[in-house]
Ligand binder design. Structure first.
Ligand code: FES
Length: 111
């Protein structure tokens, strides 16, 4: 079952940047696109486990992995440039005022 977990405040992430949050055993990359769009994916690159939140935007919705340059669409998790072959997981986001929530599976988090 899905569980919504508060992970950050909007102001924790500058526009057009990313940050990493820990939810249970999950490392999740949170992206802020412009002022008001937020997305979340696995922070762990599907190629060789680099941290996607330490990457940079190659285009508006495209994060580039800092290690070997694979690119992912943060909206879908899909690979748009090799060497990654597999997508990264995405997480639903909910914004409540200034607070950002991410939906994970209940069994992935304590309590
Ligand atoms: S670890 Fe991300 S492209 Fe290799």
């Amino acid at each position: 079952m899905g569980k919504w977990v508060e992970v950050a405040r909007k102001d924790d992430i500058a526009p057009d940047s990313a940050t990493c949050v820990q939810v249970g055993d999950l490392r999740i990359a949170l992206y802020r696109i412009g002022e008001d769009e937020f997305y979340a994916t696995d922070d762990v690159c599907s190629h060789d486990e680099a941290s996607l939140s330490e990457g940079w935007f190659a285009d508006r919705y495209i994060i580039e992995c800092p290690r070997h340059g694979a690119r992912f669409d943060v909206r879908t998790g899909k690979v748009v440039r090799m060497p990654a072959a597999y997508p990264v997981r995405t997480f639903p986001i909910r914004i409540d005022g200034d607070r950002i929530f991410v939906e994970v599976n209940e069994e992935e988090v304590d309590g």
